[in-house]
Ligand binder design. Sequence first.
Ligand code: MN
Ligand code: MN
Length: 358
Amino acid sequence: MSTREKTITEFMIEEQRRFPEATGDFTALLNYVRLACKRISFIVGRGVLAGAHGSADIDNIQGETQMKLDVISNDIFLRTSEYGGHLAGMVSEELEDPYQIPPEYPLGKYLLAFDPLDGSSNIDINAPVGSIFSVLKAPRGPQPPTVEDFLQPGSKQLCAGYAIYGATTMLVLTVGRGVHGFTLDRGFGEFILTHPNMTIPAEANEFAINASNERFWEPPVKRYVAECLAGHGGVRGKDFNMRWIASLVAEVHRILIRGGLFMYPEDTKDPSKAGRLRLLYEANPMAMLVEQAGGAVSTGRNRILDLTPTHLHQRVPLILGCKAEVERIERYHWEHEQGLDRIYSSPLFKERSLFIQS
Ligand code: MN
Ligand code: MN
């Protein structure tokens, strides 16, 4: 048995050796992404001492208030990743348009999409936040990218991952051959492979949804949650626990470690928005990770990775986690569209006028 710890760089070199034609560009690109995550981890970890808490007093492209750490993290991602010569361009949740690599650096053949700081409302309460990233091939090679270059279905991602800045900092990554987790050793500043081949358990006992939006949910989601809440005596025949951390990174991390289901479904709260989470920076990278870990990811009606984005900041409904649970919710959406759930006859649903009237 080997006692030698494997660093993330060694892991990437081993992946690269499997492909004799590989140039090492991709490994080098990920080195910069990983460095950006370490830099953000350091600042987040210093907390108020870094002088970076609180609002930046500006709104981002999504109309949301930016925190100082959103702005700083975005800057770290851009400054760290632009340098290496591996990128044709980047898009960020915090920027309206694609970021063009400054002329002093060479252009490369990859595109990077990222959410520099996910769950930033968790900063002040010292709860987990993270960074999410996705790597695509630049369809027109090393030249300044257009918006259209980024509008590729998630199934075309070469790599996806996140860093979670919690009690420990971890980087969780897929390059299309499973999902692997690395823990930052703060002593010598390197990510060590600690969670090889992360797999989502086949059975779920937990679900996560923002229950304060219940009145806006569609009937299939109301049905699913009501059945979970009915517990042992209901149609599911077992008890569920509910979780909600309000940070996608933390929700997905929990699901990769111990299973369950996360939902930010389509709702009627704001008809102009089909969902809350962004396709390019949040849904697609998490979908690649969750599918690679044996789970499923859907809007409720379609597989996320099959969607062709229509614009950079597109939002989508997001249901992810345990495969059987995601398939169940997809079936509930289908049954609802066929009008089949109106005849659902359990006593629970007789109380719910929604299911017996149109
Ligand atoms: Mn986010
Ligand atoms: Mn963010």
